[in-house]
Design a protein around this ligand. Structure first.
Ligand SMILES: [Zn+2]
Ligand SMILES: [Zn+2]
Length: 242
């Protein structure tokens, strides 16, 4: 980085101090992207996780979580940094609906670290964020998945294509639907923007993984277009007790 850029960055930080993604408090100059004591608040996914979706597993003898024993996924395997509960839930809410785009810097770095630790994923050729439906994008002004994907792309030096997959249908109120309906609803939600995907492996990035049906929808169109491996990388994952 040259001197001019450095001065610009310092001025920016002085004029607009960032906020901590955990407590939303102001960060002091030079404090970085998060309060040091706040890094311990968020719960990370431990070393024992489902080989398919990346959800934490509580009985070490299990290779797959309950969900993946019952249901198939269209992506090959997944990684997630945090458990989606407590402070993490509140933080993602502010990130998306409270215009805290700055959280992406810290979270993107954590996600990049998690991807880099996975031998199957770190050699992927492309990163694709889960797209938002156009109306939603206009409303919110940004796509949180794309902000995360941008950080990951820059850190891991893997190119990102935000327009490769398009969301052609609104899929709101997914929460009220059952698993089957959710799947059906998402089946036609995505379209590929390019017919021939000459890439072996693609990482799909999103903020939250709950049932996995959204990433499945994206993975399906990528595979139909020729991708051989599709991975799921999310900031936080829903956790069940067993
Ligand atoms: Zn804090
Ligand atoms: Zn699983």
């Amino acid at each position: 980085m040259n001197l001019k850029n450095n001065i610009g960055r310092v001025l920016l930080e002085l004029l607009y101090p960032g906020r901590c993604p955990v407590c939303d408090g102001i960060l002091a100059f030079g404090e970085g992207r998060i309060h040091k004591h706040c890094t311990k608040v968020l719960q990370k996914v431990g070393p024992v996780y489902c080989l398919k979706c990346g959800r934490p597993i509580y009985r070490e003898e299990d290779a797959f979580c309950r969900h993946c024993r019952e249901e198939k996924h269209d992506f090959d395997s997944g990684v997630s940094v945090y458990m989606y509960r407590g402070e993490m839930k509140a933080s993602i809410y502010r990130f998306k609906y409270g215009n805290r785009q700055e959280y992406a810097a810290y979270y993107g770095r954590e996600l990049a670290k998690a991807i880099a630790a996975r031998r199957d994923m770190r050699t992927a050729g492309l990163i694709v964020p889960v797209p938002l439906y156009s109306e939603k994008l206009l409303q919110r002004g940004f796509n949180q998945a794309q902000l995360l994907a941008q950080e990951v792309s820059a850190l891991l030096k893997i190119p990102m294509k935000p327009d490769l997959v398009r969301r052609v249908r609104a899929t709101t109120a997914q929460k009220e639907l059952g698993a089957y309906e959710r799947r059906k609803n998402l089946k036609k939600a995505f379209k590929i923007g390019q017919d021939d995907v000459e890439l072996d492996s693609i990482i799909v990035v999103d903020d939250i993984f709950t049932t996995g049906s959204t990433i499945d929808g994206v993975a399906r169109v990528l595979k139909e277009a020729g991708a051989k491996k599709v991975y799921a990388a999310t900031l936080a994952i829903g956790v069940s007790k067993d």
